[in-house]
Design a protein around this ligand. Structure first.
Ligand SMILES: NC(=O)C1=CN([C@@H]2O[C@H](COP(=O)(O)OP(=O)(O)OC[C@H]3O[C@@H](n4cnc5c(N)ncnc54)[C@H](O)[C@@H]3O)[C@@H](O)[C@H]2O)[C@@H](O)CC1
Ligand SMILES: Nc1ncnc2c1ncn2[C@@H]1O[C@H](COP(=O)(O)OP(=O)(O)O)[C@@H](O)[C@H]1O
Length: 275
């Protein structure tokens, strides 16, 4: 294991107990974009499954169903055609990831606002953040403390333009307070901040992660841990660390698809240290 600090979230990592079953381990939903933009959701869904969510289902616009169905196995699929149908399809979900390649549309805004009032904890990423540029309160007013926002710097500036000049730690902390949710400000030293004032800076980042789709994988990993009912701040810290650990272990040539496949060895090392 690399990283200079022993991750203290290890004690609350959701290893499965003997009596568990797939539904008890946690149900994760991932909302896909349209037919030509399904890869991001598939990356997130696969990462959520690899990190231990027992059941993962992609929710997709009807036109995307045939494309996704031909590209998934253990991951399930439900098409939806309206915000109401999306909410119905997410019944019983413990966590839902929305935003990767979702599209910068009024529909994306409506889907997020509808999902926020269900019982599922949300991970809002990528287009799900950008689409609220100029209307951040439209997002913040529907979030709960256990929801997570995962902006890179560009997305962060779209939601928090006045925090541009603030140092990353202070900026993320203020953003979390304002959003009333956990904020993961991604980058070489990813900052994780909770609305109750907890702040952590990840210490094992690697530039091998600077490749398209790795953020989608991270969103799926965070959602997968939240689906297993890990505290959202701890889930975010754990996922950021494991994501970087997987990338370090792979090294040159890494693409986003490699990260979920690398997770078993990273998790095995963590499991071995713990048991
Ligand atoms: N396989 C897939 O289907 C993938 C889909 N993706 C999705 O594609 C959509 C658009 O992605 P884009 O990359 O165009 O949108 P972004 O919002 O990431 O990038 C738009 C602009 O933001 C700026 N920016 C500022 N700071 C940045 C930072 N730290 N990192 C990256 N960009 C920064 C850049 O100038 C960039 O041109 C998103 O919904 C995203 O989820 C991507 O995640 C890549 C993989
Ligand atoms: N130079 C870097 N050093 C460490 N991590 C990085 C670096 N560049 C990007 N990353 C990480 O890679 C991921 C990129 O996510 P994101 O920008 O959302 O990409 P995408 O939208 O293509 O999935 C984040 O987890 C980020 O922290």
């Amino acid at each position: 294991m690399t990283g200079t600090l022993l991750p203290d979230w290890r004690d609350s990592f959701p290893w499965p107990g003997a009596e568990t079953h797939k539904h008890a381990r946690g149900r994760l939903g991932v909302v896909s974009g349209k037919a030509t933009q399904t890869g991001a959701a598939r990356l997130a869904a696969r990462a959520g499954l690899r990190i231990g969510a027992g059941v993962v289902r992609i929710l997709c616009p009807p036109d995307a169903a045939a494309v996704i169905a031909s590209a998934v196995e253990a991951i399930m699929l439900t098409p939806f055609g309206s915000p109401e149908a999306l909410v119905e399809a997410c019944e019983g979900m413990d966590a839902v990831v929305i935003g990767p390649a979702a599209g910068l549309t009024e529909a994306t805004r409506a889907h997020i606002r509808a999902l926020a009032v269900t019982g599922a904890a949300l991970v809002v990423d990528a287009d799900g953040l950008t689409v609220f540029e100029g209307w951040p309160e439209g997002l913040f007013e529907v979030l709960d403390r256990d929801d997570v926002l995962t902006p890179h710097e560009g997305e962060f500036k779209r939601l928090f333009p006045d925090l541009l000049e603030t140092a990353r730690e202070g900026g993320a902390a203020e953003a979390a307070r304002r959003a009333g949710a956990v904020v993961v400000l991604k980058g070489p030293a990813t900052v994780i901040a909770a609305p109750d004032g907890r702040v952590a800076v990840n210490d094992n980042g690697t530039p091998w992660l600077a490749t398209a789709g790795t953020g989608d994988v991270l969103a799926g990993m965070i959602g997968g841990l939240m689906a297993q009912r890990m505290d959202s701040f701890d889930a975010a810290r754990a996922a950021v660390w494991l994501h970087a650990e997987a990338a370090r272990g792979f090294g040159p040539g890494l693409i986003a698809e490699d990260l979920p496949e690398r997770l078993p060895s990273v998790l095995a090392a963590l499991y071995g240290e713990h048991h």
